[in-house]
Structures are given as C-alpha cells and as structure tokens.
Design a protein around this ligand. Structure first.
Ligand code: EPU
Length: 428
C-alpha cells in the first residue's frame, strides 16, 4: 500500500543585503491578546476584542474557547466572544502542547465554574517553565489540586481571598491569579507581580469587567465581583514585534517608520539601540523612526530582566545584531535557562559566539554568510530572519512554524519594506 501521509513544512528564503525602507504597521500584541481572550471565560456577557493579531497562537486560543463551549466570531482583527454556554472545563493535552498559554484558561474556569482540568504543560525549548506559582495562588484560595494521567484537576467550593508574594516574577502566573481573584469579592493582595505592559492591559480589561484592581509598584490589591460584565477592548501594540523591526531597520542600515507603537513600552530596547549607534526619532506617541547613518554597530552589554528591564523576548534579535558589531558584546539571559538555541544556528552563518553559563560572548565579525538554518523557538526564528537580511547570499530559515505563532505576516511586512523574502512550502 502506498503511504499517502505527507508532512508539510514552511521555510523562508531570504536574499541578504537590502536596506529596509518605508513604513510598517505593528500588529496588536500576541502576549496581551492571549490572556484577554481567556478572560472572556469569566463572564456570561458578550466581549469584544479589537486589533487581535492573526496568529497561530490566537487560532489555538479560539479553538480552546470553542471546545469549552463558547461562541466566537472572528473577523480579520477582532473577536466577539460569548462564553455564556461554556459546558466543559477541560483544556486538552493536544492544545496545551501546541500552546503553553492554554494554562491561562485555568484561573477563569476555576473562578467561574469552581473546577478546571488542564493538561500539565511539559518543559519547552526555552526552559522548564514551571507553573508552581500559578497553582500556589489557587491553593491558597482553597482549591484542591491533584495531578492525574498528565492532567491537573482543580476544584474549589468558594474562593477565599488570598495574600501571596510570588517567589519568582511570572507573567502568566500573575495573569492567571489576577483573572481568578477578579471573581473574589473580598480583598486579595498579590506581591512581587509582573508589571509587563501585557499584564497591565489585562488589568485594564478586568477593570472594565467590574473588578477593582489597584497596582502600586509590584503589589496588586484586588476586590473582585462574582458577576463580572462584558467589555470592549483594543489590544496594545506588540512591543516585541516593534522591537524586532527596529533592530531590522538599523541592522540593514535602512530607514523605516513604525506605526501603531507604544513608545513608552519600548524604553530599554530604544536605549540599547541608541547605545549601538541607531538613530531613533519618536514621532508622537504612536510612531517611531529608526535609521542608520551608515555607521558601524557598537558592541553592547545586555542582561535580560523583568519589565521594565531588557526583555528576554528581544535577546535573540539583539544577538544577531551584535554578531556584526565592532568588538565584543556580552549577553546574559536571566529569565529562561535555555534560551540560546539560536547560537548554534547563527554560528552556521559565520557568527563568533561562545556561551559560558547564562552569558553569550559575541565577537563581531565583518560579515555573516547565508546558510540553511532551523527555527527552534519563536524569537530564535526572528533572530535568524534578521541575520538572513544582512547575510551575504541566500539564507533558508526552515520550520518557520514558530515564527507564525508570534509574528503576523512577517515575510509580507518585510517584503513591503524592500526585503527579498519568499515563503516556500515543502511536502515530505
Ligand atoms: N517560573 C517558575 N514558576 C512559575 C512560573 C514561572 O519558576 O510558576 C519561572 C519560569 O520557569 C521562567 C521565569 O519564571 O524561568 C519566567 O517565566 P514566566 O512565567 O514569566 O513566563 P511565561 O509567563 O510562561 C511569558 C510570555 C513569554 C515571555 C515571558 C517572560 C506569554 C504567553 N508568554 O511567558 O513570551 O518570554 O513571559 O517575559 O505571555 C514569547 O512571546 O516568545 C514568549 C516566550
């Protein structure tokens, strides 16, 4: 019998050497959209979310909502969700494996229905990524938790108010806790929370739904409501996509303007780009121009940190840039223990990088050369695309599945700026 099963994989083929020129619109934030989509599970009232990017992770989130029984109407950039008929509390293994952010269903389901069954996420390519902090908040609120056959089963009678200090700063952990406690009428206090713009955007939504949340420094005081309402909300622009284009504009010695950005969310990224020699012009609150005067790239010392520090999600892209800097850069990854997988691929393109513990030492080389490279995770893939844009000859970035999880039409946007990039589908 002939085996007709085929496997498709997509690649980007990039011809290096073009200076990017023109304007690009930045999409709504992936990491803000995902928790906001899950927050619709907290209410039986209709919710409208605008400027949601068209990404695989968003499609997966919508699939999960529908599987739980919610009605979702999706247009190109908006979602209308009615979760009044949710009748399942199970986030299945295949979805959690596809998208770790599925764990964000845990808080809303447990708060509204007093039970949730969510596949236990395994480790992932960038690190172990535990969820112990998420569970500790639920446990403190009175939840019974057991892990059976790969699933976390959570059950609760009433939500008790919580006072908890996170042992590590966690973005989705903070988001899960905030959504969950937004249905608790008594006062809860969370300390050492993540204050990433994506967390603040979710807080904005929870307030629109009727929760009273005050944030001071890294402390949140939450007074929720057992009957949360619907909302209409426009998601903040994606600061990581914006950062990636800023690096691309400078690295290619181009001149580009980004529209739909929150300049105030890009502080540490702009600071480092300027240090490297990029010219940055802020045009109002939502546009920014980056260009190069043709000068060489100055080496950098970078250490990733929680917001407002330098984002781990920009580490790989800056490493690509440092590969061509005039001297030695050092890049320390403090958030994830295994987020240097792009190093081996960049080396295939001629980069000179040595990793010692959590620090990568990068000696700038005169040029990178095109090669066949493999995507390992979302931001690593972006760094390879950036390297391809400036490398001599042709670069093939294989398995761009990861890239499509987090960048909306990246190849098309780059082409509009003059890059020579093509998408190729292969059947194996
Ligand atoms: N951690 C724990 N226990 C927990 C939770 C986290 O030890 O209960 C540890 C993790 O293992 C990690 C660190 O704390 O070492 C930070 O993890 P965090 O929970 O903040 O990461 P996350 O919430 O899973 C989000 C983003 C990531 C981004 C990180 C850090 C979403 C959907 N994902 O992940 O985005 O890198 O915060 O800012 O918001 C990406 O977009 O490419 C991406 C990976």
């Amino acid at each position: 019998m002939i085996n007709t099963t085929s496997y498709t994989s997509e690649s980007l083929i990039i011809k290096g050497g073009c200076k990017l020129k023109g304007k690009v619109r930045i999409s709504g934030s992936k990491n803000a959209s995902l928790p906001i989509i899950m927050s619709t599970l907290l209410t039986n009232k209709p919710c409208h979310i605008e400027d949601v990017p068209d990404l695989l992770d968003v499609k997966n989130s919508v699939e999960l909502l529908r599987l739980l029984g919610a009605e979702v109407i999706q247009s190109s950039t908006s979602l209308a969700v009615d979760a009044s008929k949710v009748n399942s509390f199970i986030a299945p293994d295949h979805l959690v494996r596809r998208m770790r952010a599925s764990v964000l269903a845990m808080g809303p389901l447990l708060a509204r229905f007093k039970k949730a069954v969510v596949a236990m996420p395994g480790g992932c390519s960038i690190g172990i990524r535990a969820i112990d902090q998420h569970l500790k908040v639920f446990e403190k609120a009175g939840a019974h938790i057991k892990v059976q056959h790969g699933y976390i089963h959570l059950e609760l009678k009433d939500i008790k108010p919580v006072e908890y200090t996170f042992e590590v700063v966690t973005v989705t952990g903070t988001e899960n806790a905030l959504m969950f406690l937004s249905m608790c009428e008594k006062r809860s206090i969370l300390r050492n929370i993540a204050i990433e713009p994506e967390v603040m955007d979710l807080i904005e939504v929870l307030r629109k739904m009727g929760a009273n949340i005050q944030v001071e420094g890294r402390t949140a005081i939450i007074r929720g409501s057992s009957e949360l309402g619907g909302f209409t909300h426009r998601v903040i622009p994606d600061r990581i996509e914006a950062g990636t284009f800023l690096v691309a504009g400078f690295m290619t010695k181009g001149d580009i303007e980004l529209e739909n950005v929150r300049v105030d969310h890009l502080g540490s990224v702009i600071e480092k780009l300027k240090e490297a020699g990029a010219c940055i012009e802020v045009c109002g609150t939502d546009r920014i121009r980056v260009y190069s005067k043709g000068n060489s790239i100055r080496p950098l010392s970078i250490s990733t940190l929680e917001y407002p520090g330098f984002p781990t999600d920009m580490q790989a892209q800056f490493m690509s840039m440092c590969c061509l800097a005039d001297g030695w850069s050092d890049i320390t990854e403090n958030i994830f223990e295994n987020r240097f997988q792009h190093v081996a691929e960049l080396k295939r393109m001629g980069a000179d990088i040595h990793v010692k513990g959590r620090t990568a030492f990068v000696r700038g080389v005169e040029k990178l050369t095109g090669a066949e490279v493999f995507s390992t995770d979302l931001r690593a893939s972006a760094s390879l695309v950036l390297a391809g844009l400036v490398a001599e000859g042709e670069t093939i970035v294989r398995d761009i599945y990861h890239l499509d999880r987090g960048y909306e039409r990246l190849d098309e946007k780059l082409r509009n700026l003059g890059a020579v990039v093509e998408r190729q589908t292969s059947y194996e």
